[in-house]
Design a protein around this ligand. Structure first.
Ligand SMILES: [Zn+2]
Ligand SMILES: [Zn+2]
Ligand SMILES: [Zn+2]
Length: 426
């Protein structure tokens, strides 16, 4: 699959990945299944299948461990090879469940013990991955130590003796590898559903204004170009959300990945002023409220969350482009959707579009999904001309970020057709 890519030494950054020919916008330059992956255990909304990561209303529970869930018997059967040892471990600690990183490291260990080749390692292997454990603070090291203890407890019935593992295996190091190399697997609505390792993709360096994005189709990762890239140019992705002011972005990158970003965006700091526009104290108050709202969301207290959002939106002087205010608008829209208050959902959602255009200015999957959500709301409320315009905007971005073959793009095309038919029938 990686016919047009190669590993190279990127000046000042160590390993990197580059293309071997001129590449246009909107091309899948690489696609891969994970080396190992797991569903997010605390995944809030509708549950997903442990194997294919697709969402289903009803899932079958593994009768042994009662933790793993599958959409159908076929998925369960296909998952068994990778699940059978995990199943014994899950059963042994039931009703507790391991954290996502403990479960993922256990899956890596089981995969290593199988000693089978994985196509995900064709450019870079699980052994090559950096862990940076020598650079992390004592505090983080202590945290990694706790994870190692939890892992040993989890594995006690299946891997009693770590000498069964490849020589030199150190659990601590593998937790380090997971922290700096795992990819959060998101679904079509950009909700986090799982976490996985795709070793060859760990060669990708970060930029706050990258030339590629990663999207997922189930558990399959797709690396897509969002800029024209010339022969031998380095490919980059953003490791973190770009809608964060420079200083915070840099802190986050340093904490998690042990480097300081020196990209163009970080040097210019050109969007910081917009992101924090408005009064400083109000910004701080709103930021504090966001944590409270996320807590309410996790408790499914949607009415209360919406009430607080509306109070704030009505009283706050902050502009919508202030990222904390914007977060309130997003939570307000999602809460309205959950409560079936479509008109209000559309009102809050529409206000987010301009700031989204500002912060996700290049082709960005998050912007495509937001436009699609709003177009859907307009279509549902029979505002067809506007719906058509918004859905077309979503399509222009999504055909680049996801590609025409992606299932989400196909859903969008269906919506567009539906909207056009409605418009004709008026
Ligand atoms: Zn499935
Ligand atoms: Zn099981
Ligand atoms: Zn940067």
């Amino acid at each position: 699959m990686a016919v047009n890519l190669e590993k190279f030494q990127s000046p000042g950054k160590g390993n990197g990945l580059r293309v071997l020919k001129d590449t246009c916008v909107g091309v899948t330059v690489y696609s891969s299944l994970p080396y190992a992956y797991t569903v997010c255990i605390k995944h809030k909304k509708k549950p997903v299948c442990d194997y294919c990561l697709l969402r289903k209303e009803k899932l079958l529970r593994c009768s042994q461990c009662k933790v793993a869930r599958y959409c159908a018997a076929l998925c369960q059967k296909k998952a068994w090879q990778d699940h059978k040892r995990e199943c014994i471990c899950l059963k042994s600690i039931f009703p507790s469940v391991p954290t996502d990183s403990v479960r993922l490291v256990a899956k890596i260990i089981f995969k290593m013990l199988q000693q089978s080749d994985s196509a995900s390692e064709e450019l870079y292997s699980i052994f090559d991955l950096q862990s940076h454990v020598d650079k992390v603070s004592e505090e983080i090291k202590e945290g990694l130590g706790h994870l190692t203890t939890a892992l040993q407890h989890f594995l006690k019935n299946e891997v009693q003796d770590l000498s069964q593992l490849p020589s030199g295996f150190q659990a601590l190091e593998y937790f380090g590898k997971v922290i700096c190399n795992s990819f959060t697997i998101s679904d079509g609505e950009m909700q986090d559903i799982g976490v996985g390792l795709y070793p060859s993709m760990s060669l990708l360096n970060h930029s706050c204004d990258p030339n590629c994005v990663i999207v997922f189709e189930g558990r399959r990762l797709l690396l897509r170009t969002v800029k024209e890239i010339s022969k031998r140019e380095e490919l980059t992705i953003s490791y973190i959300d770009v809608k964060i002011p420079t200083e915070e972005r840099q802190n986050q990158l340093f904490r998690q990945y042990s480097f300081t970003c020196e990209c163009h965006g970080c040097l210019l700091r050109d969007k910081d002023e917009d992101m924090l526009a408005g009064n400083k104290q109000s910004t701080k108050d709103v930021k504090d409220l966001v944590s409270r709202l996320e807590e309410l969301q996790s408790q499914n207290n949607t009415e209360e969350a919406l009430r607080l959002c509306e109070d704030l939106i009505n009283s706050s002087q902050l502009p919508d482009k202030n990222i904390h205010k914007l977060r309130i608008l997003e939570i307000a829209m999602d809460s309205c959707i959950m409560l079936g208050q479509w008109e209000k959902a559309l009102h809050f959602g529409k206000r987010s579009l301009e700031p989204y255009n500002l912060y996700y200015s290049n082709y960005h999957p998050v912007r495509a999904v937001q436009f699609m959500k709003i177009g859907k709301l307009q279509n549902y409320q029979r505002i067809f001309p506007e719906a058509l315009k918004t859905l077309k905007q979503a399509f222009e971005i999504m055909k680049v970020t996801h590609g025409r073959d992606h299932s989400l793009t196909q859903q969008l095309v269906e919506l567009l057709n539906d909207c056009e038919a409605n418009l004709k029938a008026m």
